[in-house]
Design a protein around this ligand. Structure first.
Ligand code: ADP
Length: 622
């Protein structure tokens, strides 16, 4: 008996102890090898007329009693030397030893995602035989191994090709190997992992056939093809109807609604692949939870590799579902895994790019659809922009929209900026729970009067997003609720200064009353018909404070600035009261409570507030 090369031995050990990994994939691996062998025979037959193809097929047989599974193909086959070279040692390139200290998890990842080819047979079989006859050669050979080492002997086989015999392990506590001796189980594995292999994968199955003309039936064994062979994404676009596309999506993703958009394309080049991607028309109910599963599947030449293939799409496009089928991703780690990494990165870049341009296209040409999409997944794009301190903002910023005061419709930032008034320096926004709430804000009136467009920030992420990206097209974002808007003319400014001068003591008094509650009190020209509002400075807003409070982070507080409208009657009346030497403390408190209410913040002592209001009402009615 010959010994395996060291790295093969190590891989075999991995296989034997693979109870933590998905052992199902052994079948996929062996079928994929068989399919490759059929490919090779086909390709040889194209140039060598002496080589003939004979109904290429892969066949699986199960002998439950003797615990045997065989996988046969009539592909190219292997001669003695090839059996020795290919199966005696893994990885002629020796790339498996690039990483000697894989931990259990990494092992599981390698086996699960990329497969390890032929050796995965040892995940379910204690011993394996490979009987093979190379095309146009006379002799057949039998390779056999019980994992300790291997033998190669001359043998007999009628036709060209390979038969792999697995002696299935007995059940253990951790693993039930018996399942693989069940025909229907194997059939469903073929369906799941190898449905789209181009050659028929056949198994014997029992069916009932009419036995006579009187309706009697009899049980017969018959060879059935299990796989459907052509995946929809590999078909010619013109042979696929809209209904085919929709059905495939709805079946695959259990969605009862048609997808909003499909993206079917093929890329040739460094990393060649075909992709069929879908944008759902509604957001899955668990989308923003950890239960949501990424809907991208990775195939390699029609062979299923993995679900939830997060390595081929950026997280901000995680709503996309579908299939990516690459010609270049190896199922086998015997090819450079580093190269695979590089391939994966390329693939991801390319997939991201395609999704982006499909969305841009939709935004430009199917605005209604895009807005529908944005209602479902817009938040995701905003998070993508905000995430990692805005690392991906350039990719995503033009896909983002906000509702605006102009027509209460969505606008992109590009559209906003192109609509800006000549003298407008900033992009104005206002945050609040809903469009309705924002419209009622006292600060809105004046800005609207001056004819400026205001973006409605109703998502929690909005303000945080602008605090990260700061500007668009060199136009800074500015909240109309905080900081100085600088909307006034020179005359208006001088006017305000005069008033400020004249009401110095009055303001000081209010500051003193509210000293524990607000950071500053000032007169402002921000307001029109409302007497007060609460503002914050530019860096951190009251809305952001609210959001963080929801997340149980109440250690950061916005600076509160009470702004009083000097053109309001209430100001005039209160100032008169003060100038006449009366105490205005109660009124100052009420003013502050009103400002809190308008800002959507809780008032500190509602009972006392109600009492003070009642007192005032009684006074007024006397
Ligand atoms: P990989 O397929 O990635 O090269 P494997 O370990 O699965 O790695 O197989 C090693 C080699 O053995 C293959 O490259 C192929 O040359 C040969 N081989 C495996 N299975 C078959 C088969 N059914 N028919 C012909 N050759 C095979």
């Amino acid at each position: 008996m010959k010994q395996f090369k060291t790295e093969s031995k190590r891989l075999l050990d991995m296989m034997a102890n693979s109870i933590y990994t998905n052992t199902d994939i052994f079948l996929r691996e062996l079928i994929s090898n068989a399919s490759d062998a059929l490919d090779k025979r086909h390709i040889m037959s194209l140039t060598d007329t002496s080589i003939i193809e004979s109904d290429p097929a892969i066949r699986i047989d199960v002998d439950k009693k003797n615990r045997i599974i065989t996988i046969s193909d009539n592909g190219v086959g292997m001669n003695k030397q090839e059996l020795e070279d290919n199966l005696g040692t893994i990885a002629k390139s020796g790339s498996f030893d690039f990483k000697k200290d894989l931990d259990k998890k990494e092992e599981a990842d390698i086996i699960g995602q990329f497969g390890v080819g032929f050796y995965s047979a040892f995940m379910v079989a204690g011993s394996v035989e490979v009987l093979s006859k190379k095309v146009n050669e006379d002799k057949a050979y039998l390779w056999s191994s019980n994992m300790e080492g291997y033998d190669i002997k001359a043998s007999n086989k009628d036709d060209y090709g390979t038969v792999i015999t697995l002696h299935v392990k007995k059940n253990t506590k951790e693993k039930k190997y018996d399942q693989y001796l069940d025909g229907s189980e194997l059939r469903s594995l073929v369906k799941k992992y190898s449905d789209f292999i181009r050659y028929p994968i056949q198994m014997m199955a029992e069916t009932y056939k009419p036995a006579d003309n009187e309706g009697k039936t009899e049980k017969v064994e018959e060879l059935q093809t299990i796989n459907s062979m052509t995946p929809i994404w590999k078909k010619n676009k013109k042979d696929i109807t809209e209904e085919d596309y929709n059905n495939f999506y709805m079946q695959e993703y259990f969605d009862y609604q048609k997808p909003l958009k499909k993206i079917h394309y093929k890329v040739e080049g460094n990393t060649s692949y075909t992709a069929l991607l879908y944008i759902p028309s509604q957001r899955p109910f668990n989308y923003y939870t950890s239960d949501y599963k990424l809907g991208l599947k990775l195939y390699s030449r029609g062979v299923f590799i993995k679900d939830e293939a997060e390595e081929i799409v950026s997280d901000y496009f995680r709503f996309v579902r579908g299939v990516v089928d690459s010609d270049d991703i190896s199922l086998n780690i015997s090819r450079e895994i580093l190269q695979q990494d590089y391939q994966m990165k390329n693939l991801k870049k390319s997939v991201d790019k395609k999704i982006k341009s499909a969305l841009e296209n939709m935004l430009e040409k199917q605005r209604d659809d895009y807005e529908k999409f944005f209602d479902s997944f817009g938040q995701q794009l905003k998070y993508g922009c905000y995430d990692q301190f805005g690392a991906n903002k350039d990719v995503l910023i033009d896909l983002i929209m906000f509702k605006s005061s102009k027509e209460d419709k969505y606008v992109t930032l590009k559209e906003y900026v192109s609509n800006m008034k000549e003298d407008q320096k900033d992009i104005y926004y206002a945050s609040g729970e809903s469009v309705e709430v924002i419209k009622q804000l006292p600060q809105m009136e004046k800005v609207m009067d001056k004819g400026y467009e205001v973006l409605y920030f109703t998502d929690n992420v909005d303000e945080f997003l602008t605090s990260i990206i700061r500007e668009y097209n060199e136009k800074p974002f500015k909240s109309i609720l905080s900081g100085d808007l600088d909307l006034d003319t020179k005359e208006e400014k001088e006017e305000l200064e005069k008033k400020q001068e004249a009401s110095k003591d009055f303001i000081e008094k209010i500051k003193e009353v509210l000293k524990d509650k607000v950071n500053d009190v000032k007169l402002s020209t921000r307001l029109k018909s409302h007497p007060v509002c609460l503002a914050s400075d530019d860096s951190f807003s009251i809305e952001m404070e609210k959001v963080l409070k929801q997340l149980n982070q109440d250690n950061v507080k916005a600076n509160r600035i009470l702004e009083i409208n000097p053109d309001h009657e209430l100001y005039t009346a209160m100032k008169k009261e003060f100038d006449e030497g009366n105490d205005i403390s109660e009124y100052a408190d009420l003013l502050y409570d009103q400002a809190l209410l308008i800002a959507g913040l809780p008032i500190e002592d509602p009972v006392s507030y109600a009492k003070r209001i009642s007192d005032l009402m009684i006074k007024a009615m006397h």
